[in-house]
Ligand binder design. Structure first.
Ligand code: HEM
Length: 406
């Protein structure tokens, strides 16, 4: 409960209090948990000889965000096999395809927005992303179904850490979404539906697990949702892009010069600076010692993602928004980990990272170069005790004018 109540600051507060990158406590039903932060901690966390994922993800997240028996919960050969399939969906061509669909949908939304008094950016971008994700993944969706599905998909990543009705609504929505996608997987296997071979729906429907068998339809639905749900979740980063353009006008002015390397740096800093997933969970595979600190087999371990991205040993002025810090940054898989770290195939690092960055760059371009808008007075504060945390106002914009034909 302390973790759910203190949100992103739960671990940070204790690392500071204990002046340490590691502490043990009891959480999630009284079990012993080791919490860690920083680059060295990430190296240990992503070492397959020391950690496994099976049995690690807390139930409340499996029942909402993740689903049961998805890629996040498996290890070894089966994981690698499934992960290769996910990575194969993210070729350069397929990333260009999704960016093209997304830009088309956003540009047509700008014309609608011009006639509206106000727009809640988070809500409208969620709808655009749902439509984009479905088209890209080969999922048929009727025009009048999109808003409802957008709400259901966004409740999956909104409800994991909530208590009470919001959490239960997330569970209900997961069931509704899984039933919807299971039916589509069955239709693909019965040849009643024939999505293109390059799409996620096709690839997952026909994917053979380590034992040479098709996934059962429940697990296939979980994996299809593992593609479209996080695409919709990019809406949170897009609100953070709009928020940083508003909060840091000098950084926005730099973007007006059109230098594309600045766009990359800006979105990387958005991913570093703002909170998203607070931590990832694993279990100790077998007993080991880390600088005299005992890790007992089976113990739950949480790696602090947000804290590592703000760690003072790794980042100069970590609490300032400074895109130029990415100018000369050396790539390292363990210190910048908003979407997990380590190796993409062997480990659990997010396979959608490049897709996310490209969608964010497109969003930044659309907000900076393709439309004018006003940001009226509203509550833009982030509540760090809420997971995920984003502006309560959902980022209201008014007086939208297209600049598409300039
Ligand atoms: C909103 C942007 C995103 C964020 C913040 C994000 C974050 C994450 C994080 C923290 C993990 C867990 C890493 C770990 O367990 O070590 C993860 C895993 C994963 N993500 Fe993402 N992600 C995003 C976008 C995407 C996209 C666009 C896709 C696919 C289209 C995707 C698909 C996945 C999958 C399938 C996994 C599980 C990988 C595995 O267990 O091997 N994510 N993501």
């Amino acid at each position: 409960m302390a973790l759910l109540k203190e949100g992103y600051l739960y671990m940070a507060n204790r690392f500071e209090r204990f002046d340490s990158n590691i502490f043990a406590t009891r959480l999630l039903g009284g079990q012993k948990v080791i919490c860690m932060t920083g680059k060295e901690a990430a190296k240990v966390f992503y070492d397959n000889a020391r950690m496994i994922r099976s049995g690690a993800a807390p139930k409340r997240f499996r029942q909402t965000l993740l689903g049961e028996k998805g890629i996040q919960t498996i290890d070894g050969f089966n994981h690698e096999n499934r992960k290769r399939m996910f990575i194969s969906l993210m070729t350069e061509k397929r990333i260009q395809d999704i960016v093209r669909i997304y830009r088309r949908e956003w540009e047509s939304a700008i014309f609608r927005w011009e006639n509206q008094k106000e727009v809640l950016l988070y809500d409208d971008v969620t709808v655009i992303l749902t439509k984009t994700a479905c088209e890209w993944a080969g999922i048929p969706i009727a025009e009048d179904e999109i808003v409802e599905r957008a709400g259901q998909l966004s409740s999956l990543f909104q409800s994991g850490a909530k208590i009470g009705p919001k959490h239960w609504q997330g569970r209900i929505n997961r069931n509704l979404l899984e039933n919807w996608i299971q039916k589509l997987v069955e239709d693909v296997r019965d040849k009643k539906l024939e999505p293109k071979e390059e799409t996620a729906l096709y690839q997952i429907s026909w994917f053979q697990d380590g034992n040479g068998k098709l996934l059962n339809t429940e697990v296939a639905a979980v994996e299809v949702l593992n593609v479209i749900r996080p695409i919709v979740a990019i809406a949170i980063y897009i609100v953070f892009i709009a928020l940083s353009l508003y909060n840091y006008p000098a950084e926005k002015n730099k973007l007006l010069t059109g230098d594309r390397t600045l766009y990359e740096m800006f979105v990387q800093e958005v991913r570093r600076y703002y909170p998203f997933f607070p931590f990832v969970a694993a279990r100790v595979r077998k007993d080991f010692l880390l600088e005299y600190y005992p890790f007992k087999a089976g113990t739950l371990v949480l790696l602090d993602l947000y804290g590592t991205n703000h760690h003072p040993d790794l980042w100069d002025k970590p609490d300032q928004f400074l895109p130029q810090r990415f100018k000369a940054r050396r790539e390292n898989p363990f210190d910048f980990i908003p979407q997990g770290g380590g190796d993409y195939i062997k480990g659990h690092r997010c396979p959608g990272e490049q897709l996310t960055v490209e969608m964010m760059k497109a969003s930044l371009d659309l907000l900076v170069n393709k439309m004018d808008y006003q940001v009226p007075a509203q509550n833009l504060t982030l509540d760090m005790a809420k997971i995920p945390s984003f502006p309560n106002s959902k980022f209201l914009i008014t007086r939208i004018k297209s600049r598409i034909h300039e």
